[in-house]
Design a protein around this ligand. Structure first.
Ligand code: XMP
Length: 511
């Protein structure tokens, strides 16, 4: 097993992977392992420090998650975050109780003691709190090093033992100097060096793919999006013509998407195989309105199409996908006990009857990191800058039953909205922009006539990784152009609304 400077034990927080990501930003490689990982397996990674993540449980609940207690006796520096702090307090003899009020949101962190973990950060910095329990008494040997208005023990430390704990989440975006705090732990307390970068990640993945695949072949589903294009490029570098890249036209693509994708791969000299399976998908989706059922059907149909295609080639033993960490964390609990939000189609694994092994080189990284990786691999900038597009395509943007006439309406509205955003420069300033056909009819008046037509919702969001997002502040005149053009140019639409919800509590897609 290779040397992993920091091991993160996962207790099920939605934010665990962001800890690893923030460490990567400081050039420190880390691996996330389930909280129940054996001490032998943790030590085999020869870590210089351990981070205990947050988690949704209470440390005193009967079925709460506890690591092997030996982890506290290894002599390695430890940082506990939120639930991790409560575990540390409980283990070393402090006490944890339910807080009078759940503390959720921003708080000001006031330093009480100088500590290397605070090096070069600001007294009074804003941190993000999200907890229902709090430490009542800190264990002997620990000291309060920072407070917040509602948390007398916002940060504690036992410097002799090199154990540190934060009640807040340094990893989330809203903790202004959280990245620096994590970096301080890794560099100044654990003594890690900054040796990790995207170039080393690319090399590592290419070597891993070579080793895993040997002389066999890999079927890689490509959609023309950034993720699958990056995966296909990694595979092409690793195994050359043992790669079988397949593009499925599922009838749920945007206007002109198929010729654009074909042209892009042709220009790169990659022999793309296009399979037209639109009828197969649309027939199966007929009459289906439940979002999760749609996702399941689409996932299963992709597998069927890939299986049929694979049988046409000898020696395919692997299936490669551009699954990202955000798909994984919101779908299934991969490494730890996180909760399911949506079942992204490319995460559920393969059915038992399918004997392919999965290759998912992007499974642990975030979208913006994939873009950096794409640049590292020499993909063109306009390709790298494409907005994310979900695997289930337009099916999850037509509310209710998915049928060809509605898909056509949506395609037209989407094309207009994208035209306007490209023309005004807002496409490149936003994370994602799309339209949703709402299946909500309302009364309108066009000319002298009453109309009773459908509604299109415009959704434009800003985000850095898709885990959280805010609706974009698009100038009203641009929204007006989008609305006017959609209503004038698309038959069947008489109303356009703008979605002003953020994630959480909404999600980016509607289904
Ligand atoms: P949500 O709607 O969960 O979306 O806030 C987060 C990001 O993921 C994209 N998304 C998907 N991507 N397969 C994908 O490859 C899927 O099934 C899927 N569902 C959502 C979504 O467009 C957004 O960027």
């Amino acid at each position: 097993m290779k040397h992993v400077p920091i091991v993160v034990l996962d207790f099920g927080s939605q934010y665990t992977q962001i800890i690893a990501r923030k460490l990567r930003e400081s050039g420190v490689y880390s691996e996330i392992v389930p909280y129940s990982e054996s001490i032998e397996d943790i030590m085999a990674r020869t870590p210089k420090g351990i981070i205990l993540s947050g988690g949704p449980a209470s440390v005193y609940a009967e079925d709460s998650y506890h690591p092997d207690a030996t982890v506290f006796e290894l002599g390695l520096p430890i940082l506990g975050i939120c639930y991790g702090m409560q575990l540390i307090s409980q283990h070393f003899g402090g006490s944890v109780i339910p807080a009078d009020h759940h503390e959720y949101g921003k708080a000001k962190l006031d330093f009480k003691k100088e500590n290397p973990i605070f090096k070069d950060t600001t007294d009074g910095q804003i941190v993000w709190m999200s907890h229902g329990d709090k430490v009542e008494n800190i264990p002997a040997g620990f000291e309060q090093i920072a407070t917040s208005e509602n948390s007398p023990y916002a940060a504690i430390a036992n410097t002799d033992r090199n154990v540190y704990a934060f009640q807040f989440h340094p990893e989330v975006y809203h903790s202004d100097e959280g990245s620096k705090l994590l970096k301080n732990f890794a560099k100044h307390i654990c003594g890690c060096e900054s040796t990790w970068n995207m170039g080393s990640f690319a090399k590592e993945q290419i070597n891993k793919i070579k080793k895993q695949v040997g002389d066999k072949k890999v079927l890689c589903g490509v959609s023309g999006g950034v993720d699958s294009s990056v995966v296909a490029t990694l595979l092409a570098e690793a195994i050359g013509d043992q790669l079988v890249p397949v593009f499925v036209d599922n009838g749920l693509l945007r206007a002109n998407e198929r010729p654009q994708v074909e042209a892009m791969f042709k220009a790169r000299g990659v022999p793309l195989i296009t399979v037209d399976a639109s009828e197969q998908f649309l027939t199966k989706l007929e009459g289906v309105t439940d979002p999760e059922t749609k996702r399941k059907i689409i996932g299963e149909t992709f597998i069927e199409v890939f299986d049929t295609e694979a049988k046409k080639h000898d020696g395919i033993e692997f299936l490669a996908q551009g699954t990202l960490y955000t798909d994984v964390i919101e779908s299934v609990s991969v490494k730890g006990p996180s909760k399911t939000i949506k079942s992204h189609h490319n995460v559920g694994g393969l059915p038992d009857w399918m004997t392919f092994e999965l290759i998912e080189p992007l499974r642990e990284i975030f979208k913006d990191e994939v873009r950096l990786l794409g640049l590292e691999l020499g993909l063109p900038r306009d390709m790298i800058g494409r907005h994310p597009f979900p695997g289930p395509g337009l099916a999850i943007r037509v509310m209710g039953d998915v049928n060809s006439p509605d898909l056509e309406i949506l395609r037209k509205a989407d094309t207009i909205m994208l035209d306007v955003l490209h023309a005004t420069g807002y496409y490149d300033k936003t994370w994602q922009a799309f339209t949703v056909l709402l299946n909500v009819k309302s009364v309108g008046v066009m000319g002298d006539n009453r109309t009773y037509d459908n509604t299109v919702c415009v959704r434009i969001v800003e985000a850095t990784d898709g885990m959280t997002a805010t609706f974009a502040y698009i100038p009203h005149d641009i929204l007006e152009t989008i609305s006017r053009r959609i209503i004038n140019e698309v038959d069947g639409i008489n109303r356009v609304v703008y979605d002003i919800s953020s994630k959480p509590p909404a999600t980016i897609e509607w289904e």
